[in-house]
Design a protein around this ligand. Structure first.
Ligand SMILES: O=C1C[C@@](O)(C(=O)O)C[C@@H](O)[C@@H]1O
Length: 257
């Protein structure tokens, strides 16, 4: 039975289309650093930009964050912005009051200043539904994500998590895991391919972190991942290499496909 996978189109980028998209994260701790980082990121010409808001020192001051977001939007007008305020439980840079975090995410969605939002699958169905409803009303795409910084779960668990994200109404399902062996890396790729071939109706994003997992950041697109993350000024997770190097490696791979 053939199934079609939805392509997400944002500002001329096609996520889930033929070309693997490269996302560069912004990880500055202060407003000044962030705006500088944003200006230099534009020179890297990424497909997507992720603002990892959890790195920001003033993250718990919602008015400040929204103001900084406006300035970021104005500097990155032609780039799709993913707004991610990662929980400390899944690799977030700092511990943030959960009520404030969720309020901030909703206000960012309503601000008209972002294109996509990332929220963790562990947030629970009620929170996720609320975020998805708010996002739909405001034309923001939702990435439902899952991260394991310790290990790589079994293949069927990884596939189940991606399926769950899809079933809950995600526009994009994402999983990032930590490999402790090369078998773990193969398992992540196997899960990616199975999800893509058998179940996915939406784009998926997968990666194995750390040096061991680098092959998944370069070659994951061949197995079904729609987006890979390359570092700008600094990495937002273990194993991210510089965007330019990543792009070169991907180009070599795709030239001969
Ligand atoms: O979820 C992801 C993937 C990621 O963890 C990575 O391993 O590249 C980097 C994060 O910034 C992003 O939100």
């Amino acid at each position: 039975m053939s199934k079609s996978v939805r392509v997400i189109e944002v500002k001329g980028r096609r996520i889930g289309g033929d070309r693997l998209q490269i996302c560069v994260p912004l990880v500055a701790k202060t407003e000044a650093e962030l705006l500088k980082e944003a200006s230099s990121i534009a020179a890297l010409k990424p497909d997507l930009v992720e603002w990892r808001v959890d790195f920001l020192e003033v993250v718990e001051s919602i008015p400040d964050v929204l103001d900084i977001l406006l300035q970021l939007r104005n500097r990155l007008l032609e780039y799709p912005i993913i707004f991610t305020c990662r929980t400390h439980l899944e690799g977030g840079y700092r511990s943030i009051d959960e009520n404030i975090r969720l309020q901030l995410i909703k206000k960012a969605i309503k601000s008209g200043r972002i294109d996509m939002v990332d929220i963790e699958l562990i947030s629970g169905e009620k929170v996720i539904q609320d975020i998805i409803d708010t996002a739909r009303l405001n034309h923001v795409y939702v990435i439902l994500s899952n991260h394991d910084f310790q290990k790589t779960p079994p293949i069927n668990t990884m596939v189940e998590r991606l399926k769950k994200a899809q079933d809950l109404g995600a526009d994009i399902a994402k999983i990032a895991v930590m490999p402790n062996s090369m078998e773990d890396v193969l398992n992540l790729l196997y899960a990616t391919n199975s999800m893509k071939e058998q179940y996915a109706h939406i784009p998926i994003i997968t990666m194995a972190m750390s040096g061991k997992g680098l092959i998944t950041r370069i070659g994951g697109g061949i197995f079904g991942s729609a987006v890979t993350f390359g570092a700008g000024k600094a990495a937002s997770a273990p194993g991210q290499i510089a965007k330019e190097e990543l792009e070169t490696a991907i180009e070599i791979l795709y030239k001969n496909l």
